[in-house]
Design a protein around this ligand. Structure first.
Ligand code: ADP
Ligand code: MG
Ligand code: MG
Length: 894
């Protein structure tokens, strides 16, 4: 029999390794307690207890016993009992899951207070107002969270009292007024629930713990988990902790501090401080905090202590830490720490700096940044002219450039985004209820709150553009407009541009320009801490990665760009665009050809054009492999639309005979299901001369490059092979033409000839196919379509949203490789192919080649390279490097 499960741990008995059981917050509190930091004592109820409760509707019986025991210990340590009338011990009951979900679940403060003990608290603290305010807060939080009373009702009551007294801030309500409010709140709770607010402190505690358990399944927690890919069945831990009070006067206060700037990554502590306030006031952004540096003047001793603790924590965690602290009458308490969320910019700079400071290794630094962040840094920014005067300035809380129409509530943001509009969510301040709108919008703009307000923290975590605390703006969500200091009015539906890097908002859509990082990556020049950090991470990724990164590029210009961004060759050069534009008439002529001579003529007109295309690309990629795919799409894609043509003929009194012939061809070639029709290698076999023309164009381009002293490395790729017989035929034809050109020019032309693996049958018979192939390139777009038996465009337009919503798959298999199904085919094919042909080169050229998670899979599957769009190459290099770090699986900074 295994040891009985322990459901409750005192802070002193846990540590940081126990985040799964104690939640991130609980593990942090335990670790800080062990480090000797001043943490108010308490204990943690585990996520296991939560899971039992959520599954059965009841706490495990042992939990109650253990919690009672832990409470008794706490009371002994504090020398007071919970709710003790003369001098009550009060506690907070705080949620805290494995991964930080800021503000998404519930926390209840001041548990233990009641009609008897409120006077005791007043006496013990010497502050009557404080005691009544604490009781008022408890009724409000408990009433809403535990007893389910609509939170607005409390707010309305407070507003009414403020109006009656003609004061504007909660702060200005005195003890008598608050005592009245307390009576009103109790009556309100009774009226709304038919039940009295429980006076028994232990009952309060038990019910608060349950409510925190249940908040795991609250709407906003679920939305957040879905978006952050956090598993549904982790559950939350509950931390019960002795209260400390930041609202006891000017020698008290509360704040949030970071060991470095979470927005830019710059060295130096950073944060907000709110004198004479409770913790939740800072995060909610309800009152404006002062920069942390002010604390140095207000309370130098606590400030110095805080800096010391921040140093200890960063050294200990070897990463940016964020910390909640409270000062009670000149005494500093640390209430929370975690590895802090940060912007993409800060992620790169902090990793780089910590590595330079020798706090972490280069591998660890690489593990702490990712391709999605790098891509974000490459996003364009606004191209500002000096005449572009912003509507307002605020706090640059989360960087980037966003353009969208103004909306004033979460639901509208969701609705308009669903209709395909880009939106900017404008609020006075955001609350967790705004989460769906924040996800839907391009940017978030608030008129209140600082860098640690809800809007800022959540937007940063999502990589969403955010400007907060734009105080000169008057936001009127009812009239659906915002007004600037100069009286300019912006209405719902008006377009604005939000610059999260500069902290400004502009009327209209500003033009965009390349980001400094994007420019630096492309040109290899640029200076500054961020660029240095990005280039450093990429250098290390390049040094450790096994996967090569190539580009999907069809033109010399793309090839040049891809090479500048670090591509080591082209993994997919499509030839179909070489059949478009002005060349269409030549393609038409080829299709309409009545006999071999006419077809030959059309093909030989195409030949020199293709040869020039290939020459340019081979030149741009000189010395690196260029995998050229023979024509893949069905030929009717190059012909006019059937209906248009029919209409043109019908509406003309003298229809063009050419049009008639064309329509005949279009009708002849019409396919019900072109994706599965005459395309790929089937086309090469069915249309005489096509493969020969394309191969000759490649071969002659190679010869020309050789003559010019170049180092062309062309490879010929046959698409959509289902059986080795197809490949054998296409290969024979290719080799024949290569030999022909070699004989004509006196050059040796042994170009690698390979195939795409993009049909399940090809993957299943890969062993046989490998006998006729020098390389495999997995076309994972088609392979996904054919494995799932669906057409991407049709599916995405119809049932995909439903599938995603129902969780049938967590992300689209076209975005991130379906590892279980399609990935399995890839693994099988690599293995079977290599068994037959040990020199077989393998790569992937579908969109998945640029997707971080898929890249990690391809690394594990042992492929030689991934190939992706040029702009995704830096991110792919980074991820290919990260894929080699086993530590990556364990590092999780959420
Ligand atoms: P969240 O996860 O939403 O940040 P927390 O559990 O951290 O919720 O609590 C909300 C606020 O209440 C925080 O500002 C925190 O510092 C404050 N708080 C929590 N427990 C205590 C306590 N024991 N004494 C004083 N303030 C507390
Ligand atoms: Mg917190
Ligand atoms: Mg394909």
């Amino acid at each position: 029999m295994s040891a009985p499960t322990q459901y409750v741990y005192a802070f002193a008995d846990g540590d940081r390794e126990m985040a799964g059981l104690l939640g991130g917050k609980g593990a942090g509190l335990a670790e800080m307690t062990r480090l000797g930091l001043p943490v108010p004592p308490g204990f943690t109820v585990t996520t296991e207890a939560c899971k039992v409760y959520l599954a059965t509707g009841e706490e495990p019986p042992e939990m109650g016993v253990e919690a009672a025991h832990a409470l008794a210990e706490l009371e002994r340590a504090m020398g007071r009992t919970l709710g003790q009338p003369g001098d009550p011990l009060l506690v907070s009951v705080r949620s805290g899951a494995r991964f930080s979900m800021p503000g998404m679940m519930e926390t209840i403060l001041d548990i233990g207070l009641g009609d008897d003990s409120v006077a005791g608290l007043a006496k013990a603290s010497g502050q009557e107002r404080f005691a009544w305010d604490s009781y008022r807060r408890l009724l409000q939080m408990f009433g809403r969270t535990v007893m389910g009373v609509d939170g607005d009702l409390f707010e309305e009551a407070i507003a009414a009292h403020k109006a009656a007294r003609s004061v504007s801030a909660d702060h200005d309500l005195d003890a008598d007024e608050l005592a009245l409010l307390v009576e009103e709140f109790k009556a309100l709770i009774r009226r709304e629930t038919g039940e009295d607010f429980p006076q028994d402190p232990v009952e309060q505690l038990q019910r608060a713990i349950r409510a925190v358990f249940e908040s795991w399944n609250g709407e906003r927690a679920r939305v957040y988990r879905h978006r952050e890919h956090i598993s549904e069945d982790l559950g939350t831990a509950v931390n019960i902790q002795a209260m400390v009070f930041g609202n006891l006067g000017d020698d008290s206060g509360t704040g949030v501090a970071f060991t470095r700037d979470p927005a830019t990554g710059a060295r130096g502590v950073y944060g907000d401080y709110l004198p004479d306030a409770q913790g939740e006031d800072v995060v909610a952004g309800v009152r404006d905090a002062v920069p942390l540096a002010e604390l140095e003047k207000l309370d130098p001793r606590s400030y110095r202590q805080l800096l010391g603790h921040l140093g200890t924590l960063e050294e200990h965690y070897r990463d940016l830490c964020d910390v909640e602290f409270t000062i009670e009458r000149g005494r500093l308490w640390i209430l929370q720490t975690r590895v802090g969320k940060r912007t993409a910019e800060a992620a790169f700079r902090i990793a780089h700096d910590l590595c330079e400071e020798q706090a972490i290794t280069a591998d660890e630094a690489l593990a702490r940044v990712d391709g999605a962040e790098l891509t974000r840094l490459m996003f364009p920014r606004f191209d500002l002219r000096p005449t572009d005067v912003p509507l307002a300035h605020g706090v640059p809380a989360s960087p980037g450039a966003a353009v969208g129409v103004v909306v004033f509530d979460s639901a509208t943001a969701v609705r308009r985004a669903a209709a395909g509009e880009q939106t900017v969510l404008v609020r006075r301040e955001t609350t967790p209820d705004d989460l769906p709108g924040m996800i839907a919008a391009q940017a978030v703009l608030t008129s209140r709150g600082g860098k640690t307000s809800h809007a800022a923290v959540v937007a940063r975590g999502m990589g969403k553009v955010c400007v907060c605390g734009a105080e000169s703006l008057t936001v009127d969500p009812v009239a659906r407009r915002l007004t600037t200091a100069d009286g300019v009015q912006v209405h719902e539906g008006d377009t604005v541009s939000v610059d999260g890097t500069a902290g400004t908002v502009h009327l209209g859509a500003l033009p965009l320009t390349a980001s400094d990082v994007g420019r630096a990556l492309e040109s290899g020049t640029g200076t500054g801490a961020l660029i240095e950090a990005v280039l450093g991470a990429l250098d290390h990724a390049d040094a450790v990665r096994r996967l090569d990164v190539r580009a999907n590029a069809d033109t010399p210009a793309d090839a040049v760009r891809a090479r500048a961004l670090g591509a080591r060759g082209i993994g997919l050069c499509r030839t179909e665009h070489m059949f478009l534009g002005e060349r269409r008439s030549l393609v038409e002529a080829m299709i309409l050809a009545r006999d071999d001579a006419a077809r030959e003529k059309a093909l030989s007109a195409l030949l020199p054009l293709q040869r020039d295309d290939f020459t340019g690309i081979l030149e741009a990629m000189d010395g690196l492999p260029v995998t050229i795919r023979l024509l893949d799409p069905p030929l009717h894609e190059f012909l006019p639309d059937r209906t248009e043509l029919a209409v043109r003929i019908a509406s003309s009194s003298h229809p063009d005979p050419h049009d008639r012939r064309l329509l005949g061809a279009v009708e002849r070639m019409h396919e019900e299901n072109p994706m599965l029709g005459l395309r790929g290698v089937r086309l090469g076999i069915a249309v005489p001369g096509l493969v020969a023309m394309q191969v000759r164009a490649v071969a002659e381009a190679v010869v020309r490059r050789l003559a010019d002293g170049g180092d062309p490395r062309a490879e010929i790729m046959i698409p959509l092979v289902g059986t080795v017989e197809e490949l054998r035929l296409a290969r024979a034809e290719t080799e024949r033409v290569l030999a022909e050109v070699a004989a004509e020019t006196g050059r040796t032309l042994d170009l690698p000839i390979g195939t795409m693996i993009e049909l399940p049958r090809a993957a299943l018979t890969a062993g046989r196919i490998a006998g006729a192939a020098d390389f495999f390139s997995f076309g994972t777009n088609d392979l996904t379509q054919t494995t799932w038996g669906l057409s991407r465009d049709d599916a995405e337009a119809s049932f995909f949203p439903l599938y995603l919503e129902k969780g049938i798959f967590p992300v689209s298999p076209f975005e991130s490789l379906d590892q279980e199904g399609v990935g399995r085919l890839v693994e099988m094919a690599v293995e079977a192919g290599r068994a037959v042909n040990p020199g077989l080169e393998t790569g992937v050229c579908g969109e998945h080649g640029g997707d971080p998670e898929s890249i990690h899979f391809f690394h594990r599957a042992g492929l030689d390279y991934v190939s992706c769009s040029p702009f995704r190459i830096p991110a792919a290099r980074l991820e290919a490097g990260r894929a080699t770090l086993t530590a990556v699986q364990n590092s999780d900074s959420r």
